[in-house]
Design a protein around this ligand. Structure first.
Ligand code: HEM
Ligand code: HEM
Length: 170
């Protein structure tokens, strides 16, 4: 049985792994250098940097999404229950949507601020969208890591297909 599962587990390409782990790093950096207060955007070089960072992040996010969709498939063993396959897809797609929402709302905050709309209901609404997307992505990442650990314990090849450390034993 284990053998069949291994055959059905696909190996992610180098680029797929590079995108995955590159994004973990980029996202971590984005959180680390976060804007703590809207007043900070008065600093024009910080505003420019935020906009550049979010644009690059969004560009590679879209590129990654299409690359993954066109060339790669999940490593879940073929016999995985339908509901579990659906749950994995739901979390993966939600992570893409949430990351895009963080970038787009961030870019909109930047644009509005640059246009002089520095306070008011509209910018407050976009900031709350930005902050809510960030809260949701933390939950999704937690579920995702929990699921990855579950597969590591099951020893079904999913962990090995993406994670370079603490390898499952064949
Ligand atoms: C910022 C944090 C993370 C994000 C946004 C993220 C996102 C994703 C996404 C969207 C996929 C689906 C394949 C793709 O489109 O690239 C994926 C696959 C995967 N990730 Fe993550 N990931 C994160 C962190 C992690 C961590 C820390 C681990 C391990 C501890 C992990 C383990 C895996 C595994 C094993 C797969 C393969 C799942 C499968 O083939 O169905 N990820 N990740
Ligand atoms: C990938 C890009 C980005 C990431 C990962 C990110 C991350 C964050 C994080 C973690 C917070 C704190 C949320 C909280 O405390 O609940 C935050 C808040 C905020 N971010 Fe971003 N951000 C990004 C892009 C941008 C951009 C482009 C702008 C505007 C130019 C921006 C402006 C703000 C503002 C105004 C706040 C709210 C500060 C306040 O509470 O007054 N962000 N962002």
């Amino acid at each position: 049985m284990q053998k069949t599962e291994e055959i059905q587990n696909q190996k992610y390409s180098f680029l797929a792994k590079f995108f995955h782990w590159g994004f973990v790093f980029l996202f971590g950096y984005g959180i680390f250098k976060q804007v703590d207060d809207i007043e900070q955007l008065e600093n024009i070089s910080l505003l420019k940097f935020e906009i550049l960072f979010a644009s690059i992040f969004l560009f590679f996010l879209i590129l990654r999404f299409f690359y993954m969709k066109k060339t790669q498939t999940t490593s879940l063993p073929a016999k995985t229950p339908k509901q579990q396959k659906f749950a994995a897809k739901l979390v993966h797609y939600s992570m893409y949507i949430c990351l895009a929402s963080i970038c787009i709302s961030g870019l909109m905050i930047g644009l509005f601020f640059w246009l002089g709309l520095k306070s008011g209901i509209l910018i407050e609404f976009i900031i709350s969208l930005h902050e809510n997307s960030i809260s949701i992505i933390y939950w999704l990442i937690a579920i995702h890591i929990f699921a990855a650990l579950y597969h590591r314990v099951r020893n079904d090849g999913v962990w090995n297909s993406m994670v370079p450390i603490w390898k499952e034993k064949k």
